[in-house]
Design a protein. Sequence first.
Lengths: 361, 248, 291
Amino acid sequence: MAQAAPLPPGATTVGSRRRSSSRAADSSFRWGTLVIAFGLIALLGLLLWVLLAGGWESITKFGFSFVTGRDWNPVTQAFGALPFIFGTIVTSVIAIVLAVPVSVGLALLLNEVESGWLRNPMAVFVDLLAAIPSVIYGLWALFILVPIFDKYVEPFLAHTIGHVPVIGALFQIPGGGKVVTGGNLFVAGVVLAIMVIPIVTAVTREVIAIVPHDLREAAKGLGATRYETIRMAVLPYARSGIVGATMLGLGRALGETIAVALVVGNGLGIGASLFRAGYTIPAVIANEFREATLGVHRAALLELALILVVISLIMAALSRLLVGRTAALVGSGPASAIEAGEAAGIVYGANVGLGPEEDSP
Amino acid sequence: MEVSGLNAWFGSHHVLNDVNMTAQDRSVTAIIGPSGCGKSTFIRCLNRMHEEVRGARVTGKVMFDGWDIYGSDADPVEVRRRIGMVFQRPNPFPTMTVLENAVAGLRLTGRLSKSELRELGEQALRRAGLWGEVKDRLSTPGGRLSGGQQQRLCIARALAVEPDVLLMDEPASALDPASTLRIEELVEELKATYTVIIVTHNMQQAARIADWTMFLLNGDVVEVGPTEKIFTTPSDQRTEDYVTGRFG
Amino acid sequence: MIAVERSVPPRTLSTRRRVKDRAFTVGLWVAGVLALIPLFAIVGYTLVRGLSALNVAFFTQTPTVPGLPGGGIKQSFIGTAIIVGMAILFAVPLGILTAIYLSEYGNTRLAGAVRFVAEILLSTPSIVAGAFIWALVVVRMGSFSAVAGAIALTVLMWPIIARATEEVLRLVSTELREGALALGVPRWKMILRIVVPTAGAGIFTAVMLAVARGLGETAPILLTALGNDFVNTNPLQPTDAVPLRIYNYAQSAIISLNSLAWGGALILLLVVLSLSITARVLSDRQQRRTR
């Protein structure tokens, strides 16, 4: 067949040598990006390895007593991490207990109740909370929150709930009399709660949003009030997802370092009162790494970091499972809390807005 | 261009059954048939676009200029330079201007100077019948043109790389009647220089512009022949049923 | 609750149900307000206390002898620029190339694993990234350094950029890709010259967010760059950064240093919030355009 027009500059006939170079280019490009993507996996592997190898000395030396020992003394080379584990758990639990009701409430408010002009600004503000660097949370908490708590909140709580049997023990002022200044577990928990609210709210909103409208309409058609509709048609489905959101928030709370380090009081004691100075795993790592010149001390800190990674891995896996369960129940939706968080744009510490826009129910 | 024994699959779904067809040089061949009969798949096999889909498979021979484009030494990238394609929905590159779109194929596959590009771009736009309307707007983004203009821009883009064959997959189906007419006029002009193979769901369009017509049904070639014959005295009953509108 | 046999539904809800509903709604509003108070409180206090610390010296001088008034945190700004600048240099190409793999070649099991790993890394506490690089780089090198800080931030920023960019790349329509392929453009060129530029605005937004995150992180650079009272431009030496300095001065008993901390906090807050808000506005606009 004749050529329709003279070949333009640069063109060659089909089946020429050119093919190998373009195929080679395609192939190497693909391999190049593959290698880099794999690098991410290698990075995680390296991280785990470095922490494991670095903490080995401490792991082998202390074994299980690392986790149960109460004595942490770099000078005597005793490294028992219980105070930190205790403090980490306590502050995180406080954070979750305070944050989850508020977050779920806020999520319901934004998705189910408020659809007027107020809704978007509110949503944006909550997302902005997530963008605030933790050191600023810490600074504010240290200079504003702690004095207020020391002067008003804690004495108030001690005089009221402090007298209630059982729970009251949590709110006793240690040593009776004046409140310890400089921070304590309670105020650290409150700060964590504030930091965790945006992420739990965002994921909860996503989870609630995927519950189908038909269910709500069925309830409304029966004459249910808004409260009843939510109780009957929304929450049962969203339950696993909300727990998943909680896990994600918990994970964040467990790992938060700077804000906590500023207001937790850095005390090594373990006791019932929430108003005592405490310590968390991330805080002690941040505070002691500089002076950790002893091999064992370093290893102990790295072992703590390893424990932190493992815990957060478990939380991530759990939250993936739980959010996935709501998605499975409903038949669609994000597969994990992270994905839900991404869709809401919150996981990156600030709002991406790359996910689907919110619809009003 | 000569197609022999072409079979195509999407995964395990056998879409094209042993298709044979010859397209004459510098003519317009139309592919008609009801939806889902494999028209788009067929035309996408002609420039090796079908295999870009996951799980897609092709066997058979497509002879072009003495070469089998599916031969073991044939490069799909090269094939597509010689056999151009225009799609159903206009797809100008949004980050490029009108002129840049027109010469996009040239810029991305070769090294030409700015002035050469401008000249070739103008030529292509003229050939697509778009030059007059855009010559003052060459730096506006490609997406700002109207639908019909965008499609002619895509045609210009395809023509700029000097293909021998132009494949068109329902090029006017997303356009208004006035633009459709312009595209059809354009096809009539183009056939003087290029071999055009056009898929259309609009039988009247085929009757208007095509020299040859192929009727596909469920992946089988029912009939191929001069357009007039297909529409007035088809050999196969099914063809007659289709062109008289008894089904489709 | 409503008997099927009735022909007319009851005209009024029982009071009990109505009260419950009201209480519930009020409760939700309380939650909303409670959640938002801290935002305004933090921004407000930071604004007030930070403003008083800002003056020309704040930006142009390094700290004076503790206790003496005056001085600034010039070295922190320079240090942040250096550390975050390097981190961007490392993380952006890595993140984008990873995203390209995930979006263009990403139906393999490896891609699934990469996504999962990115998820894990996203939820890992930032201090772990710090400890990791501390053990890997700082201890080996024998000194804290800006480079180590940049690497620690890269560990955090890489998965963010990768996941966000992957999303944006996926949004580029198939038709566009096919249009390029049909012109005889090789696949890799199609990706680099057509797909990536088309997604350009979205990628920019993703990077903006990663940067906002990187700017505000303290723990990872605390463990790797350590901080410095003086301007340091040597990437292999301890370098200061704004969040570090805030952390430091917050703990100080000297009021003038506390005040500097507030100043730094204000600047940091303004920058991070503007980046986040801009990113959100941009991506809202992009979303509207693609719909």
